[in-house]
Design a protein around this ligand. Structure first.
Ligand code: HEC
Ligand code: HEC
Ligand code: HEC
Ligand code: HEC
Ligand code: HEC
Length: 447
């Protein structure tokens, strides 16, 4: 019974959403290559972005298929509404999968979809309305194009535009699945920096002007917003063959956080304090698909001979980060309170310890310095990121079949001097004993 009520409710919610579809055809929209004719630079920035592959993304397609199977198709239009809005608005979905989609719908989140949005009905779960009437909505109030009508649209210049999709709530239980907009709204950037200022400029963590032309045949502008839409995904951008977007994602991850190390030593015990700051992300770190994304601290200590004497946050033989590591992430719970990575099963948030924007946290790590350790000891700390845990990828693709790269976001180094507390001459004494033993064994061998 418990499982049936939510399913019926999902069905009602989704039917309500799909009622308005049907009146729109995918051919009402122009393909991105049409826009390329006069907006080549913007096209090249968008092409290869996560938006351009939001539907063909193999990780998305794999999870969409599992969700559909396990809910008997109830999630089909719900999920795809944000990943191929034209595919859902035109009624090409359901059924799911690229097989039934027009070429235009396969292009994920694209030029003519975003620039035909004429209204937002709120935040989250794909709260957009579109009007493919040939008029392109954008940031200018004086724009003239020989091909299309132009119109100023306030919402395109605000975080609320992105918030229509970058906020995902379970349609039945209401559990937040992705909350990037709310994290931004409740944080220190809400009055100074829109999503566009970091994700649509060259500044990465702040606004940076990009003077130029919005169209090769248009006037010069003081600032043109870029269309790379780069976040942290250096995995799928790489698999889908866009080196530019992959490199930019790594660069963005490397500017998002800082690490500082303070090391104290007392009574043969080293205490390593790692100060980690979310210095550049306008939302929590990590954000987005947080049941999969992992950000964690790795600390390695090695003695003067290079021997490892302490290690936390390394990967084990299954590719998992050990349970003792300090990790920032979200754990969702199912109906019986067990952790789940299947968002459609989510009924609660079991934990969320992610770093708030601009937050600094101090994490402590201790290890014992035994008497025979040769100093000085080198301590290295890293803040690591990966797009998905091995468990998440194993569930979708089979054990070990797909591995997400680990990207170092920030690092710091320090040393611990080891006080000389051994008995003087102890090592020589030890060598002498060894020699005596060897001599004794040799003589026995002679007999
Ligand atoms: C024949 C050339 C041409 C084609 C094709 C074209 N545009 Fe434009 N577009 C322009 C010019 C010129 C401007 C004016 C640029 C300016 O004002 O700086 C413009 C402006 C815009 C603006 C700004 C509108 C505003 O008021 O802020 C948007 C958005 C836009 N185009 C989107 C698109 C999209 C989406 C496509 C494809 C469906 C497209 N354009 C196809 C020439 C074209
Ligand atoms: C995810 C939605 C989205 C997609 C996809 C998208 N745009 Fe935009 N575009 C925007 C937003 C938002 C702005 C305005 C940003 C601001 O002013 O804060 C914008 C601005 C523009 C402008 C005005 C000049 C500038 O860059 O500031 C043009 C022209 C434009 N886009 C064309 C395109 C073309 C062509 C494509 C496809 C190759 C495209 N857009 C894809 C959201 C999108
Ligand atoms: C129609 C829904 C929609 C709108 C509107 C939208 N996005 Fe997205 N965005 C998505 C989806 C879906 C993905 C993920 C695609 C995937 O991972 O396969 C995504 C991915 C991204 C990524 C890449 C994330 C990563 O992991 O690297 C960034 C950055 C991003 N969007 C920023 C924005 C910004 C900024 C805006 C507003 C100007 C915006 N988006 C508007 C749906 C949307
Ligand atoms: C102050 C700059 C800044 C602002 C403002 C900002 N971001 Fe980000 N964003 C970043 C940085 C840096 C990263 C990379 C670190 C990370 O993954 O959190 C990032 C990452 C992301 C990602 C990828 C997360 C992941 O790991 O999968 C998405 C999606 C995203 N941002 C969307 C948004 C949206 C939507 C908004 C507005 C509501 C926004 N961002 C506002 C800087 C910013
Ligand atoms: C309200 C819009 C929305 C809905 C509904 C939605 N998503 Fe997404 N999805 C996004 C955004 C935005 C991102 C990018 C966040 C990030 O990069 O961390 C994303 C990212 C993903 C990713 C990550 C892909 C990658 O390459 O890392 C997967 C997988 C995914 N979604 C699956 C689903 C499934 C399955 C459903 C339905 C149960 C669903 N989504 C429903 C907006 C949505």
């Amino acid at each position: 019974m418990r499982g049936i009520i939510p399913l019926v409710m999902i069905a009602c919610t989704l039917l309500a959403g799909s009622m308005v579809t049907g009146a729109i055809e995918s051919s009402d929209f122009d393909a991105p290559t049409v826009c390329k004719g006069c907006h080549a630079e913007i096209y090249n920035q968008w092409n290869g972005s996560m938006h351009s592959i939001a539907y063909l993304d193999p990780v998305y397609l794999a999870e969409e298929a599992v969700a559909s199977r396990e809910t008997k198709g109830l999630t089909d239009t719900y999920c795809a509404r944000c990943h191929t809005p034209i595919g859902v608005l035109s009624g090409e979905i359901p059924p799911i999968g690229p097989g039934n989609l027009s070429e235009i719908s396969k292009k994920g989140i694209q030029c003519d979809f975003c620039h035909s949005v004429n209204k937002s009905t709120g935040i989250g779960n794909g709260a957009f309305a579109v009007s493919p009437d040939g008029t392109k909505r954008g940031p200018y109030n004086d724009s003239k194009s020989p091909y299309h009508g132009s119109m100023f649209s306030d919402i395109h210049t605000k975080a609320e535009f992105c918030g229509m999709c970058h906020e995902v709530n379970h349609p039945v239980t209401g559990i937040p699945i992705e909350e990037t907009y709310t994290e931004w709204k409740e944080g220190p950037y809400n009055s100074t920096t829109q999503c566009q200022d970091c994700h649509m400029t060259h500044g990465i963590t702040h606004f940076e002007a990009n003077p130029g032309k919005a169209s090769e045949i248009g006037p010069g502008r003081d600032h043109v917003y870029t269309h790379y839409f780069v976040g942290g995904n250096a995995a799928v951008t790489g698999v889908m063959g866009s080196e530019v977007h992959q490199r930019m994602a790594i660069e963005r991850l490397k500017s998002a956080a800082t690490l500082e190390l303070v090391i104290a030593e007392k009574d043969s015990e080293a205490e390593v304090m790692v100060k980690v700051t979310n210095s550049g992300a306008g939302h929590k770190l990590p954000t987005g698909l947080t049941e999969a994304r992992e950000v964690w601290i790795e600390v390695v200590a090695t003695d003067a001979t290079g021997k490892e004497i302490y290690h936390t946050g390394g990967l084990d033989s299954d590719g998992d980060v050990g349970p003792d590591a300090v990790m920032y992430h979200v754990v969702l719970g199912d109906a019986s309170g067990h952790p789940t990575m299947k968002v459609w099963e989510a009924e609660s948030t079991l934990s969320d310890n992610r770093l708030l924007p601009k937050e600094t946290r101090v994490e402590k790590f201790n290890f014992t310095i035994s008497d025979h350790v040769k100093g000085p000891i080198k301590v290295e700390a890293k803040l690591n990121y990966r797009s998905a845990s091995q468990k998440f990828l194993d569930e979708l693709f089979g054990k070990g079949a797909v591995v997400a790269p680990v990207i170092e976001m920030a690092g710091a180094e320090g040393t611990v001097e080891v006080p000389d507390k051994g008995v003087p001459g102890f090592e020589i004494f030890f060598v002498l004993i060894s020699l005596l033993v060897v001599a004794y064994l040799l003589r026995r061998g002679e007999k």
